[in-house]
Design a protein around this ligand. Structure first.
Ligand code: OOG
Ligand code: MG
Length: 260
């Protein structure tokens, strides 16, 4: 009797990379491959390595599932992180080509700009001194799995659905970041409302989690990197012709348009 060999890290990364490149969804893969969260981060690394090999650069990290609204929407309740590259960056107010994505969604976020590389285990209070600026942001997520449905290891392997991000104007970090109103508008209509308090009680905790969780995999935040704290509200589908704005009280707005 021959035993079927399970696909390894590199093969799983290839499948996810191809799904993104072709904008064609694939079935969930972690359970059949016997991949748990730790191995899933190895797949994520190999997946992003393919982008880097094509000339993209790492420009930061994104935190995911840092709010109840997001956990409930996708049915996974653990904080996760992924990698951001320059190839995912969309200019503020920029145009997005929907043909490049499978079933894109947008969500309002808060972005941090690092002024230095924090020490692993540095307390949150000290982390404030590692941040140069803060900005409203929009994350464009696009699960590579059928039906935007996944387990915890699946979404980790898929670089936590990272597909694109817009950062609005940077500004110095205001005194309180923990209770700012957040709106997501599509075509001038408010489609989601929330508060930065939804992000682990304070978006700065997401930064703390980024340092800790990425540090476990040997990844240290660097000066000039962007960290997305995770969406404060559920994500909404991005459709042709949509004009999307994320508005964060005291921070301002970030926007994008989907080509029609
Ligand atoms: C996973 C990524 C979650 C966030 O901000 O919570 C995320 C997903 O929803 O597909 O980016
Ligand atoms: Mg997000």
């Amino acid at each position: 009797m021959t035993r079927q060999t399970r696909p390894g890290v590199e093969e799983l990364a290839d499948r996810l990379d191809e799904a993104a490149a072709k904008a064609a969804p694939i079935p969930r893969l972690a359970a059949a491959a016997g991949v748990g969260p730790a191995a899933a981060y190895a797949v994520q690394e190999a997946l992003v390595e393919r982008r880097l090999a094509r000339g993209e650069r790492l420009v930061g990290l994104k935190m995911g599932l840092t709010s109840r609204a997001k956990m409930a929407q996708v049915g996974v309740d653990e904080v996760i992180w992924g990698r951001l590259t320059d190839g995912m960056r969309v200019d503020d107010g920029g145009l997005v080509d929907l043909g490049r994505y499978i079933h894109p969604r947008v969500e309002p976020e808060v972005a941090f700009l690092m002024s230095r590389s924090p020490e692993p285990g540095e307390p949150v209070g000290d982390l404030a001194s590692a941040v140069r600026a803060v900005a409203p942001a929009i994350e464009l997520i696009d699960s590579r799995y059928d039906g935007f449905s996944f387990s915890l290891p699946d979404v980790i392997a898929d670089n936590t659905s990272a597909a694109g991000f817009v950062v609005g104007p940077w500004r110095p970090v205001p005194d309180g970041l923990d209770n700012l109103g957040v709106l997501l508008e599509v075509g001038g209509r408010v489609v989601q409302t929330g508060s930065t308090a939804a992000i682990l009680g304070d978006p700065r905790r997401a930064l703390d989690a980024a340092v800790r969780l990425a540090g476990r995999r040997g990844v240290r935040l660097r000066e000039g990197w962007v960290v997305l704290a995770g969406a404060a509200t559920a994500a909404v589908p991005l459709r042709a012709g949509d004009h999307v704005r994320a508005v964060v009280e005291r921070l301002g707005t970030a926007s994008l348009r989907a080509a029609s």
